[in-house]
Design a protein around this ligand. Structure first.
Ligand code: ADP
Ligand code: MG
Length: 355
């Protein structure tokens, strides 16, 4: 080799090394930031991934702030006479039931509107006016007990969704009968998780995992070309997973008979009420709904649980035909452990262990 050629080769090699060093230093390492807080009566955990710690921290903090704000306006359990009670839309609405309409915040109005839409669609299986019935059972407090049938019958008279009047222009809501009580427990967490996800995205986050007490939202992919793996609990053995769902840019929300319950005389009573009877729904063990919007997934997980599998299939088909809420898919686990996976999830669901 001539000397000149040798020099050219050496220069090229040196250049290659320099380019490699520059590209490595430009490609910053991925890092993550996690925050966990007890909010909305559950643990909420958000992990955001990216290259800049400060950006991640700020985004996650903002997301939590919005969930905190949401809790303040939707919580119905603040003590009368406190500032919190005064500032909570739901405390105010419930206090003014039968008396006057209440102007509410944009978020509260939006939640109520969405909830009523699905309430109507499910012929009342999703019912945010379930408050008086929840209170008889003592869910939300420390004194849980099985109520007498007569009392349940009376309380059920206060759960008619037609007795909720919305005023779109004023963004006000009127519970027209005294004693009515809204309870957003079946939708607030999902709505909060959806809002948190929106905020993270606005802040430039492209990869994150939100877990709001079983209301999961994943942003982006876990790794390039690789979905997030989300476990579905086994209702009959909470130490085990029933199955795994692979998700990308989606929400998954589970409603189950094992999440919140008490036992009386050997019988287990859980917190998802069938508004047709005023008693815990008994048509299944758990439902996991996968949708784009976690508020919708939250509403539907409760709704499909109450409806039971057959009607759940019908409702999901109807929604998917219409398409307004994107694709709605679900896994329904029956009380005997048998299960149903909707078509769109078949390739995303793996049964766990030795079933
Ligand atoms: P979790 O709160 O455990 O995530 P869900 O999303 O299914 O479970 O919500 C259950 C909560 O929703 C109850 O604690 C109660 O506040 C409320 N709720 C109970 N039954 C109904 C119903 N039929 N429709 C709407 N909300 C309900
Ligand atoms: Mg729900």
């Amino acid at each position: 080799m001539k000397k000149a050629q040798k020099i050219i080769l050496q220069v090229l090699a040196a250049l290659a090394v320099i380019i490699l060093i520059i590209s490595i230093s430009l490609h910053k390492k991925e890092t993550s930031y996690t925050q966990e807080e007890l909010l909305m009566d559950t643990y909420i955990k958000i992990t955001a991934y990216g290259t800049d710690q400060k950006v991640l921290e700020e985004a996650v903090t903002k997301a939590f702030l919005s969930i905190k704000e949401l809790e303040k306006i939707t919580n119905r359990y603040y003590a009368p006479g406190t500032d919190e009670y005064q500032n909570s839309d739901i405390c105010q609405l419930n206090e003014k039931a039968g008396l006057e309409e209440v102007k509410v915040s944009a978020d509260t109005y939006e939640i109520i509107k969405k909830a009523l839409y699905f309430g109507e669609l499910s012929q009342g299986s999703f019912n945010i006016a379930i408050g008086p019935v929840m209170d008889l059972w003592g869910f939300g407090g420390n004194n849980k007990k099985v109520p007498e049938d007569g009392l349940l019958e009376e309380a059920l008279k206060l759960t008619n969704l037609k007795d909720i009047a919305l005023n779109e222009e004023q963004k006000s809501v009127f519970l027209t009968k005294p004693g009515m009580k809204l309870d957003l427990g079946g939708v607030a967490k999902g709505y909060g998780a959806a809002k948190a996800a929106e905020i993270l995205k606005t802040e430039g986050i492209e990869k994150a995992l939100i877990d709001a007490g079983g209301n999961i939202v994943v942003i982006g992919e876990k790794e390039p070309g690789q979905s997030w793996k989300i476990a579905i609990q086994d209702p009959s053995d909470l130490k085990k997973y029933f199955g795994i769902l692979k998700l990308t840019d989606q929400a998954a929300v589970t409603s189950g008979d094992y999440q919140r319950y008490f036992e009386s005389e050997g019988i287990r009573y859980h917190h998802i009420i069938d508004p047709a009877t005023g008693k815990p729904g008994n048509k299944g063990s758990s439902v996991t709904v996968v949708a784009e919007d976690s508020a919708i997934a939250d509403i539907l997980s409760t709704t499909l649980f109450v409806l039971g599998k057959e009607k759940a299939v019908e409702l999901a088909a109807k929604l998917n035909m219409d398409g307004s809420f994107g694709n709605i898919e679900f896994v329904f686990i029956e009380k005997d452990g048998s299960y149903y996976v909707s078509q769109g999830l078949e390739s995303k669901f793996t049964l766990e262990g030795n079933r």
